[in-house]
Design a protein around this ligand. Structure first.
Ligand code: NAD
Length: 250
């Protein structure tokens, strides 16, 4: 078990799904956690549940990662409450299915703004704070295996997550002198509210693609996030860690 005691973490998109799983796992590992989401009421509920079950301190913060004033306010709120930020996990992301030939400029821009611009804004704001603290840090963004292979009806999403991986490599090089590591996690199919309930046929189809023969759970991604957030991962940077039950190994 990696020990995150005395660390402060921010997790975006943490009301539910993978983000909630990561926020909970970081708190279970000892971190105090800022539970952030564009749905402020959802963030509050999640923050309360995590504080209750882990006895760690949490702060709920409504913030849209694609809006710079929101992201700046999120960092200010975290520092005001906890005095510092050691770990950022930028999980917030959207994946609205749309055939390429029907995709509007607005559809494209929305996905790029949340998934890619949101990564830039949150990573930059966290890095600036970590550099002020002079103690290094850990920055993690949730990418996707859609950054590595193509999926029909997700051209905007695949492009945004490919951009995340490239951004992470570049930021890792630039922030290394400050002792800040920057990585991504690329989940395969993970059971979340965003994915929704899968009927038997959909699940069977999915499992033909997964050598480990099960759909992933938020805990599978959270375990990778806890590792990348730990002191022990201090020599890992610029990487996209694939957690997909073997999907992309074939
Ligand atoms: P989800 O829809 O269940 O949860 C996403 C959360 O992000 C929601 O709480 C939502 O309110 C929040 N959010 C959306 N837009 C936001 C914004 N602009 N600012 C702040 N918060 C925002 O999704 P999930 O399945 O848990 O996915 C989480 C992340 O994991 C996403 O980045 C997604 O691309 C990635 N991912 C998911 C899967 C999967 O199979 N579930 C696979 C690969 C990658």
């Amino acid at each position: 078990m990696f020990d995150l005691t005395k660390k402060t973490a921010i997790v975006t998109g943490a009301k539910q799904g993978i983000g909630y799983g990561i926020a909970l796992a970081l708190a279970k590992s000892g971190a105090d956690v800022v539970v952030s989401d564009s749905d402020a009421a959802g963030a509050r509920k999640a923050a309360d549940a995590i504080a209750k079950s882990t006895k760690r301190k949490t702060l709920a913060a409504g913030a849209d990662v694609s809006k710079k004033p929101d992201v700046d306010a999120l960092l200010r709120a975290a520092v005001e409450k906890f005095g510092k930020v050691d770990i950022l996990v930028n999980d917030a992301g959207i994946y609205p299915f749309k055939p390429l030939l029907d995709m509007t400029e607005g559809d494209w821009q929305k996905v790029i703004e949340v998934n890619l611009t949101g990564t830039f804004l949150t990573n930059q704001a966290a890095a600036r704070q970590m550099i002020r603290q002079k103690g290094g840090g850990r920055i993690i963004t949730v990418s996707s295996i859609a950054s590595l292979i193509g999926y029909a009806n997700l051209a905007h999403y695949c492009a945004s997550k490919g951009g995340v991986n490239a951004f992470v490599r570049s930021a890792a090089v630039e922030l290394a002198p400050h002792g800040i590591t920057v990585n991504a996690i690329a989940p395969g199919a993970i059971q979340t509210p965003g994915i929704g309930a899968l009927d038997e046929k959909a699940l069977a189809g999915l499992l033909t693609a997964v050598p480990l023969k099960r759909i992933g759970q938020p805990e599978d991604i959270a375990a990778a996030a806890v590792f990348l957030a730990s002191d022990e991962a201090g020599y890992v940077t610029g990487q996209t860690l694939v957690v997909d039950g073997g999907w992309t190994s074939q």
